[in-house]
Ligand binder design. Structure first.
Ligand code: XMP
Length: 424
């Protein structure tokens, strides 16, 4: 990255992430750096300033030494201690960036796209890249960006495990295959997954099966691609900055070579992670910049194991169909009234229970559907969304009227903790 940059040095404070976000929002590029790594001080090219995020209680001694660049020019430093007075701290930060460090507010998505495309072209050359496209925001944005750089030398594999939401597979193929004209191999592995999951009720076991089967399907497809199209050199991943930071910046070395699942040793793929330094909202902005529809770029998180974690007990095609239909109704109604912008995640779940009801004067024994809708900032904790009762009433009656086999709808009013967002 040629931009001038600021280091946010994590010196025992808890808020380096927040401070880094503020700097990026001021259109200045910055990276979070652990204290120990910073002390080694080997990467000061284009460094304009250093912000130490300290915790006064930690007793960690901050380096009072002058930091200077290769030419001996002193690099300005600032110590932030926390968010006791956010307004004052923001002002101090802005002054530091633009007055002391003389930063240019040049970190903009449009520039990023052009620079990154050139960089990807340089790294990849005319070699081939493989990507497991899930339809989620990160992998989709990464794929569209790399496709812009290298076109058909990118092959995406979309594994349809049969645990996707209503029309999701169709949408992924239409948007990325047709609209963006990307080379995507749609692998319909529904039967493979459902076969392996038959009779299994334990949630951990189900997760393990889905994870292992995904790798196995992806590997099989990769071998086919090798046979049909020749050698692949890179594996594209939608790793974003929070993944990097959460795994401990500099602490845990991310492997530069990655061997996909059970592929033979000689099929080594080098990792390509073009979103590695972007925060989630920057990834979304980048997606918009690349022309991906806002609806897709701002879509709610959806777990990798998909409806597999929302179908409690044994996973059957009948229960999945009920989930897809009820979830589609919920999403339609929430979007219609514009609540999708305020709610972090909203979906239906099918618990392992049936109960008695009446329909057309007859006693019926039907499924219960749970509605989960939560507000959150980071999914670490959440509150249940206060959806107005008349909207809940409409959702409930649509579900029982339109989806066969459902005679009861309940709304989950638990916070996380002690519950989790997903029912599993
Ligand atoms: P819980 O249920 O633990 O979920 O409160 C927290 C957040 O993580 C999402 N989630 C997953 N995301 N793969 C994912 O990519 C998974 O296996 C997975 N499990 C849970 C969940 O939807 C929520 O946003």
């Amino acid at each position: 990255m040629e931009n001038s940059k600021i280091y946010v040095v994590d010196a025992g404070g808890k808020n380096s992430h927040l401070i880094a976000r503020k700097i990026r929002m001021a259109n200045v590029y910055c990276e979070i750096m652990p204290f120990e790594k910073f002390l080694k001080g080997d990467e000061i090219d284009n460094l304009k300033g250093v912000v130490f995020v300290a915790n006064p209680e930690s007793g960690m001694a901050l380096p009072c030494v002058n930091i200077s660049d290769d030419k001996g020019i002193e690099i300005p430093t600032l110590v932030c201690e926390g968010i006791d007075n956010p307004d004052e701290e923001n002002l101090e930060l802005i002054k530091f960036l633009f007055e002391k460090c003389k930063c240019e507010p040049s970190w903009k998505m449009g520039n990023f796209v052009e620079e990154k495309i050139q960089a990807i072209k340089q790294i990849v050359g005319d070699k081939k890249v493989l990507c497991a496209l899930s339809g989620g925001v990160d992998s989709s944005v990464a794929a569209v960006l790399v496709h812009r750089a290298i076109g058909d030398n990118l092959t995406c594999v979309f594994v349809d495990h049969g645990l996707l939401r209503k029309d999701e597979a169709k949408q992924v193929m239409e948007v990325y295959g047709q609209q963006f004209n990307m080379k995507i191999r749609h692998v319909n592995a529904r039967e493979r997954f459902l076969g392996k999951l038959a009779g299994v009720s334990d949630p951990e076991q189900k997760r393990k099966i889905i994870g292992a089967e995904f790798i196995s399907v992806f590997d099989d497809e990769t071998k086919k691609i090798y046979d049909e199209e020749g050698e692949i050199s890179f594996l594209l991943q939608g790793t974003i900055y929070s993944d990097v930071v959460e795994s401990g910046v500099g602490g845990k070395l991310v492997k530069s070579h990655h061997n996909v699942g059970g592929l033979p040793e000689d099929m080594k793929l080098e990792l390509l992670e073009p979103l590695r330094y972007l925060f989630k909202d920057e990834v979304r902005k980048l997606g918009e910049e690349l022309g991906i529809a806002p609806k897709l770029v701002w879509r709610q998180p959806f777990p990798g194991p998909g409806l597999g974690v929302r179908c409690l007990g044994e996973i059957t095609e009948e229960k999945l169909e009920i989930l897809r239909e009820t979830d589609a109704i919920l999403r339609e109604e929430i979007e219609k009234v514009g609540l999708n912008k305020d709610i972090w995640q909203y979906f239906t779940v099918i618990p392992e229970m049936k109960s008695v009801g009446v329909r057309d004067g007859e006693r019926v024994y039907g499924h219960t559907i749970g509605i989960r809708a939560v507000t959150s900032v980071d999914a670490m904790s959440s509150d249940w969304a206060r959806i107005p009762h008349d909207i809940l009433a409409k959702i409930s009656s649509r579900i029982t009227d339109e989806v066969n086999g459902v005679n009861r709808v309940v709304y989950d009013i638990t916070t996380k903790p002690p519950s989790t967002i997903e029912w599993e």
